[in-house]
Design a protein around this ligand. Structure first.
Ligand code: NAG
Ligand code: NAG
Ligand code: NAG
Length: 771
């Protein structure tokens, strides 16, 4: 917790604050939480690296009780028996085994019928005389008997679980280690039956049972009292509910009910959504606070949930690491103060990397305790602006000052609010109250790429006191939060093209007219491929333009000159002539067939407006992987360089020197352009090739992209390539062949390529018109 004041704060905030003080508590409590985002923007190495270990670090101490009993020491913690059936061995049971099952602090066994004699890869116990029929009463009772007879003195706790439950084993371990297993215990979510069944379960008013789905746990004492009597219980069943009967048996022989504690319905969580439970978004309070989650009907979702929770756990560990680094940084600072001048002599034994007093810039801000004043702007341009957040976002940072809250921001805000609420409620039990989040009234946020996101949130909460004088009332609270970015994480891609550095690239260029631009393309090709004699083959698929001054002959003789120049070299140029109306999809198919039938060549589809460098060749070679990955680079598309105050631009034949300079005024990344592709021929065929029933330009690229994404064997790799630029060319929309609708679309497209919105706005401000 940390309070602080904010100096350069928008005035309206203060006004709102003074209003707030009159409300409810009149308390404004600053909560500074730091957490981390998964997307890590900035790079920072460890804050301090040290050779000595002068820093005392506080270890996280779990509140685990002293476990002195000799008996407990000789036992392992937990044996989990998972009830399954033969038909689920290969799916649900396997998924359990491959996710949480392998992390059990003790042992895991699957229990099924003895109807089959197969050998299993999993630890399966086939119970004699038990079948897979439902309800599995006999299976359940016989499983307890088996666990008792074979492992009764080896474990402290015994759990009966279903094959569609997910268990957070780490949390369960901490939970169980805090409970004395030498006492009779029967732990789970207590049930009394649903309303319709009330009175039909033959339960006394103070009797209950532990619901089977989310799992139930027996202490070894309980098991030793119940297991020898299961035959008796099986003979006296009142209902067909396996868990109810188990509860009755425990009550009868161990003399205890299922734990009544209210908390248990959160810890042993059963979702009432049935088949769709845990198939949607997993970021929810329920998923966060539960130890067991039930039901997961589709085994694939078991892996999904596992991945999600592992991600959460990674983030928590990164955060723990960050806290330790902060503590180290703080200790070093203390040492420096205490040692004074002699500090300098210690420098070689305690290596300071970035806490250096020399340059402020190099100081690693992550290592400082959270505070909204951590970052001190050096001049006006450094000042970070706050954005206002309510039903929409009001921001000076974007062209549109007011816009809808986009999904990433919404998710980010929901995440921090959930963390705040977890923090607020951490001591709920001790204080006899819970505080629920109701809504976000408004807030501010700002992004510091070097640090993370700061939030100031005005939260409407509901305070519920359940101990002492019970009461419920609304509360407003301000939360000051800092969500820190962690350090940059690099993961080597498992998909790395091996020995691809020399693969021959087959560029396929569909072409129809446009002589001058083609010459410009070839000038670039000359420089990038011909002069260094790259292993590249250019296949030009030429279509006539259907106009009187068709330049096809000039194009052919131009290519002829190139072919003479490249004779006997690695680089090759080929021209294929088609005599029909232009169709890009058909052109690409034609180009494909120009490589040898037995050659699984590396194809790269290119357009005549593109310029590229040798780095593009490297990227094509390393990002395209046979049988694994198709590369759809994101190209930089230029705006009209002649718009307004002209930027230098490329002419039709000459490429401007600054063509590879990239900024918001010059162009934009074509995230939705899929026309430039590199793919191995076999992979193109695997997804069904180009759809040649699509004529003209457009659509065929999206069609190929969609089919590639849908192909389970192939990954799509997309990344901006700063060396692949689509040079601006004016779009003519006065073609008499265009329909009214096409003309409208054409004008729209043309308007989109004039200039960036910022430049258009500046132009408007300066000229009050566009002439
Ligand atoms: C399984 O094997 C046992 C002994 O090998 C045999 O007695 C039993 O009949 C077999 N059961 C089935 C269902 O094949
Ligand atoms: C656990 O319970 C047993 C039996 O009631 C008791 O003898 C033992 O002292 C308890 N241990 C602790 C640490 O409370
Ligand atoms: C090819 O594209 C046409 C027009 O979009 C579509 O109707 C057809 O189903 C596509 N064919 C295949 C094989 O995808």
């Amino acid at each position: 917790m940390n309070g602080f004041h904010v100096k350069s704060f928008p005035k309206r905030v203060w006004n709102r604050w003074s209003l707030l003080v009159k409300f409810f508590f009149g308390l404004i409590v600053g909560i500074i939480l730091a957490s981390q985002l998964q997307s890590l923007l900035i790079s920072s190495s460890a804050c301090v690296s040290y050779k000595l270990s002068p820093v005392h670090r506080k270890l996280k101490v779990n509140n685990i009780q002293e476990r002195t009993e000799v008996e407990a020491r000789n036992r392992q913690l937990l044996l989990v028996g998972v009830m399954t059936a033969d038909k689920y061995i290969g799916t649900r049971a396997k998924a359990v085994y491959e996710t949480w099952g392998s992390q059990v602090p003790g042992k895991l066994l699957f229990f099924t019928s003895d109807s089959q004699n197969t050998t299993d890869d999993l630890p399966v116990v086939r119970l004699k005389g038990v079948d897979d029929s439902y309800p599995p009463q006999k299976k359940s009772f016989m499983m307890l008997k088996y666990m008792y007879e074979n492992y009764g003195d080896k474990f402290e706790w015994f759990m009966r679980a279903d094959d569609d439950v997910f268990i957070k084993t780490e949390r369960l371990e901490i939970f169980l280690k805090n409970i004395n297993s030498s006492q009779p215990r029967f732990i789970g979510q207590a049930g009394k039956g649903i309303a319709q069944e009330f009175g039909l379960l033959s339960l006394e008013y103070d009797e209950n049972y532990c619901m089977g789905g989310p799992g139930m746990i027996f202490s070894h004492v309980t098991l030793s009292r119940v297991a020898p009597n299961v035959k008796d219980c099986l003979k006296n069943l009142y209902t067909t509910h396996e868990d109810v009967e188990l509860g009755r048996c425990v009550q009868r022989f161990a003399g205890i009910p299922c734990t009544w504690s209210y908390e248990m319905q959160n810890i042993f969580h059963h979702s009432s959504s049935g088949r769709t439970a845990f198939t949607g978004p997993l970021k929810s309070r329920e998923v966060h606070r539960a130890i067991t989650l039930h039901p997961i009907k589709e085994h694939a979702h078991m892996y999904r949930l596992n991945n999600f929770l592992q991600g959460v756990s990674i983030r928590e560990k990164i955060y723990d690491g960050l806290k330790i680094r902060r503590e180290m940084a703080n200790s070093v600072e203390q040492l420096r103060k205490r040692l004074g001048p002699s500090w300098e002599q210690q420098q070689d034994s305690i290596q300071l990397e970035s806490l250096g007093k020399k340059k402020k810039k190099s100081k690693n801000l992550l290592c400082l305790a959270p505070s909204l004043n951590k970052f001190l702007p050096e001049d006006e341009s450094d000042i970070l602006t706050w954005n206002f957040l309510a039903r929409s976002v009001d921001s000076t940072e974007t062209v549109n000052p007011r816009r809808a809250i986009d999904a990433p921001l919404r998710e980010g805000v929901e995440d921090v609010i959930r963390e705040v609420m977890e923090g607020i409620n951490a001591m709920s039990k001790e204080r006899g109250r819970v505080i629920d989040f109701k809504e976000l009234l408004y807030g501010y946020y700002r992004l510091n790429p070097r640090l993370g996101v700061d939030y100031i949130l005005d939260l409407l909460l509901v305070y519920k006191k359940y101990r002492g004088r019970k009461m419920i009332f609304p509360v407003r609270r301000h939360a000051y939060l800092q969500q820190a970015f962690g350090s940059l994480q690099l993961r080597p891609s498992p998909l790395v093209a091996r020995d691809s550095s020399t693969s021959r690239i087959h560029f396929i260029l569909p072409l129809s007219g446009r002589l001058a631009i083609f010459q410009r393309f070839m000038n670039n090709f000359q420089r990038v491929c011909v002069e260094p004699d790259e292993r590249v083959r250019l296949v030009i698929v030429l279509y006539p333009t259907m106009e009187t001054n068709d330049p096809s002959d000039e194009i052919k003789s131009f290519v002829g000159a190139f072919q003479r120049r490249t004779k006997g070299r690695q680089v090759e140029v080929e021209l294929i002539e088609r005599k029909e109306a232009f169709a890009r999809a058909a052109a690409l198919e034609t180009g494909k067939s120009s490589c040898q039938p037995d050659d699984d060549c590396l194809l790269a589809f290119i357009d005549v407006d593109m310029v590229f460098t040798e780095k593009t060749l490297d990227r094509i070679r390393s990002h395209t992987i046979r049988g694994r990955q198709v590369y759809f680079p994101i190209v930089f598309s230029q705006f009209d360089p002649s718009f307004g105050a002209p930027l230098t631009g490329s002419s039709d034949t000459e490429i401007a020197d600054d063509v590879f300079e990239i900024d918001d005024d010059r162009g934009y990344w074509r995230f939705y352009g899929f026309g430039i592709v590199s793919v191995y021929r076999s992979d193109l065929e695997r997804v069904g090739g180009m759809n040649t029933s699509i004529h003209g330009w457009g659509q065929e690229d999206v069609d190929l992209y969609d089919r590639t994404v849908a192909c389970p064997d192939l990954a799509v790799f997309r990344a901006p390539d700063p060396d692949l630029v689509h040079v601006f060319h004016p779009i003519a929309c006065d073609d008499s062949k265009l329909t009214e609708k096409q003309k409208k679309m054409c004008v729209g497209t043309r308007a989109g390529t004039y200039a960036s919105q910022q430049r258009l706005a500046r132009y408007w401000i300066e000229h009050h018109a566009y002439g």
